[in-house]
Write a protein that binds this ligand. Structure first.
Ligand code: ADP
Ligand code: SF4
Length: 696
């Protein structure tokens, strides 16, 4: 197939100074939890994106000096020539597919607490350092420090050139870069030529750009990544005030402008709180101010929206981090006229959360993400089947759907049996809850792909029993029957049942999603008890408010939905609950439920209090629905007699976790079918031992 001519504009080349991008697809710098710690994984992941058609493939942030040490984060590093080889590996992987490699050298200023290097942190002014309230302060940089910083940046530029990069990004985005921090009046109290007027506050960044340009001459492009607005009103940069003035001041200096809003939680906002293209109102002035090409992100997955942005003059290149993670082949699919094959990002920020936890990135939509080198998984290719056995998959949630799709792609005859009259399992159910609509993409991508495959048959309203599975005649069976929320109160903070959970006024998220409206008919206040700490309790509360209930949200944690700080949603979730009139009782454990009240206990003092409530929704933990699996597995002879060689449980039925984990398990089932798998089922990256070790 060839592409629809209306998308031709997306495949026009773009000049970035002396280098030329072959099309308008620009993989913006993004962290990935691999970086220097898992460098081959990182390089392969970038190479696959180049293969998928991204004309520019960027690194994550690369810290440039021991005073820019953001340990324990696992981003890139370029302190000395010793760091060049792993970055060169990435450049080679990107060049292999004719794309340009971009590097984003960074000094994180106050965020670099230097826990490894033990250097005193640097900043425009004296200021506490880092997050997590680390008891460390930055010192105000003197003139010698500023000079040194310019030299470190320049050294990084020279090393980047040696590594083979084509574009250098001068970074002042996300409130993450020292030269960006100099621009902000709330940080910069200097009285020298680097403080005071806007021109003075921008001086350092201008010097960085000019010196970079001088150093690379016409061998590399120089981009600027700049946050034009911080979404904090007059306290921060605003796109109609200094944000714009800065772009005007530097307009023609770089070869490309990469613009966004700060901080990261505003830039990579989740789909629960934003739509595709949410940054356009902030950045759309930039093209009017500069003649240089402009790139911006906005979780773009719709080629029509991309084309319209180019035609309207909002941007020249389509920036993407998350859409390129969910589908590294997004450009190729548009180019080949296969837009229905695009695996659209759902905006859940599981990728971000894993990076925040300093672990290799995972993606809900793309189970191969992070596995390109480690397991040799390619997002678009899978080995043909090793035998002719039929595959039976029981349960069509995200795990069962992915297992059916991937075994089908290997060429197996596949039967997917689903008990209910809908496909998608938890994804279908949860996507009907407030704000989670985009999550249905996990189902929609897979059901469409499966519908195009003659070798995959889908049966709805087919709840299978042990006997039926045995009679099927399948050689390989995956049980993907999911999980159910617990009612008994066992959770992270409760290892004993909570008295009263057998009452008729205690509900689970499954009851709410099943549409049990008896909660609403009970009238009075509903308590949502959160000992899960991800999104579920908060969307339960929002759903109940929408249904007309008065809601009190109780959690043993100090904030609502505590874990969502890692998906960068916690503040927005708590704000939204408060705006909706939900009362939040934090740091309290649930001790007892009666027909008209609950007893809560302060997690610190142990003091108890009674709160009137007509009903309680228990959001604590889940149990696998694995009775079918257990029954089948209990009798290996019976399995053998039925001709079943493989019996696996996958997804939430194996271990209740994220949707990303369920999709991964479904994919893994398919990849490993008929393959020898080592006890450590992936390639490891080991730190090389230093030469000449001697005790001090
Ligand atoms: P996962 O996240 O692991 O994919 P889900 O809970 O989303 O799990 O999906 C499990 C699916 O399995 C649900 O759609 C459920 O209706 C289905 N299911 C459960 N038991 C059976 C069964 N015995 N036969 C067929 N389908 C089943
Ligand atoms: Fe998108 Fe979620 Fe994948 Fe991140 S993890 S790329 S937000 S689908």
């Amino acid at each position: 197939m060839s592409r629809d001519p209306r998308y031709d504009v997306l495949f026009e080349p773009v000049k970035i100074g002396p280098v030329t991008a072959k099309n308008r697809f620009y993989q913006a710098p993004h962290c990935n939890g691999m970086g220097r710690t898992f460098p081959s994984s990182m390089a392969a992941m970038r190479g696959v994106k180049a293969e998928g058609g991204w004309a520019v493939v960027s690194t994550e942030q690369i810290d440039i000096h021991p005073t820019a040490d953001i340990t324990p984060a696992t981003e890139g590093r370029l302190w000395s020539d010793e760091d060049i080889p792993y970055l060169a590996r990435m450049c080679d992987a990107v060049h292999e597919h004719g794309s340009l490699a971009l590097i984003e050298p960074v000094h994180n200023g106050k965020w670099a607490s230097n826990l490894y290097s033990r250097e005193v942190p640097l900043f425009p002014s004296h200021m506490p350092s880092g997050d997590n309230n680390i008891p460390v302060q930055c010192r105000a940089m003197d003139k010698a420090d500023i000079k040194a910083y310019r030299r470190w940046h320049l050294d990084a530029v020279k090393r980047a050139k040696k590594a083979g990069f084509d574009i250098i990004c001068c970074y002042a985005g996300h409130n993450l870069s020292l030269s960006g921090m100099f621009m902000l009046p709330r940080y910069n109290f200097r009285t020298d030529e680097y403080g005071g007027s806007l021109e003075n506050r921008v001086r350092l960044f201008r010097e960085i750009i000019e010196e970079t340009k001088d150093a690379v001459g016409d061998t590399m492009g120089v981009s600027v990544r700049f946050a034009v607005d911080e979404l904090r009103g007059a306290e921060g940069l605003e796109c109609h005030k200094e944000g714009r003035e800065i772009v005007e001041m530097l307009a023609e200096l770089p070869d490309l402008w990469d613009v966004n809003v700060a901080e990261w939680h505003n830039d990579s906002i989740t789909s629960r709180f934003s739509e595709e293209g949410h940054q356009e109102p902030f950045i759309d002035f930039v093209k009017k101010v500069t003649t240089k090409p402009v790139v911006a992100v906005g979780r773009y997955t719709s080629p029509d929206r991309m084309v319209s942005n180019i035609n309207k003059g909002v941007m020249d290149m389509i920036g993407a981090a998350r859409p390129s993670i969910a589908d590294p082949f997004l450009p190729k699919k548009i180019e080949e006229g296969r837009i229905e094959d695009i695996r659209e990002c759902i905006g859940c920020n599981i990728c971000v959360a894993w990076d925040m936890m300093k672990a290799p990135m995972r993606c809900t939509q793309n189970p191969t993400k992070g596995e390109e080198w480690r397991k040799g998984w390619h997002p678009e290719r899978i080995d043909p089947k090793k035998d002719d056995g039929t595959v039976l998959i029981v349960g069509a949630g995200p795990s069962g759907l992915e297992a059916a799709l991937a075994t089908g792609r290997r060429g197996h005859d596949v039967i997917l049996a689903e008990a209910s009259d809908e496909l998608g399992g938890r994804v279908t159910r949860e996507s009907k809850l407030p704000g989670l609509n985009a999550w249905a993409r996990v189902r929609d991508y897979r059901t469409y792909q499966i519908s195009q495959m003659a070798n995959v048959e889908v049966y709805k309203e087919s709840e299978l029993t042990t006997e039926q599975v045995l009679e099927f005649g399948a050689r390989h069976v995956a049980i993907a029957t999911g999980s159910r929320w617990r009612r008994d109160g066992y959770g992270r903070n409760h290892q004993f049942p909570i008295p009263g959970t057998d009452g008729a006024n205690v509900f689970t998220p499954d009851d709410v999603m099943d549409g049990t409206n008896s909660i609403v008919s009970l009238g009075g206040t509903v308590i949502v008890y959160d000992d899960d700490h991800y999104y579920m309790a908060s969307v339960m509360a929002e759903q109940l408010v929408a249904d007309g209930c008065r809601v009190i949200y109780v959690t043993p944690e100090s904030v609502a939905a505590a874990w969502t700080s890692l998906t960068m949603e916690q503040v927005r979730i708590q704000a939204q609950l408060l705006e909706q009139g939900v009362e939040i009782i934090a740091s309290h454990l649930l001790r007892e439920i009666t027909t008209d009240s609950v007893t809560l206990e302060c997690g610190f003092s142990g003091v108890t209090k009674k709160v009137s409530a007509a009903a309680l929704v228990m959001v604590v933990a889940r149990l696998p629905v694995d009775d079918l699996y257990q029954d089948l597995a209990s009798d290996p002879d019976r399995l053998a007699a039925a001709g079943i060689e493989t019996l696996k449980r996958i997804g939430d039925c194996h271990g209740p976790a994220t949707i990303a984990a369920a999709v991964y398990e479904g994919h893994r089932f398919a990849r490993e079918l008929g393959e020898e798998v080592d006890e450590i089922p992936f390639r490891r990256e080991l730190t090389g031992l230093a030469d000449g070790f001697k005790l001090p």
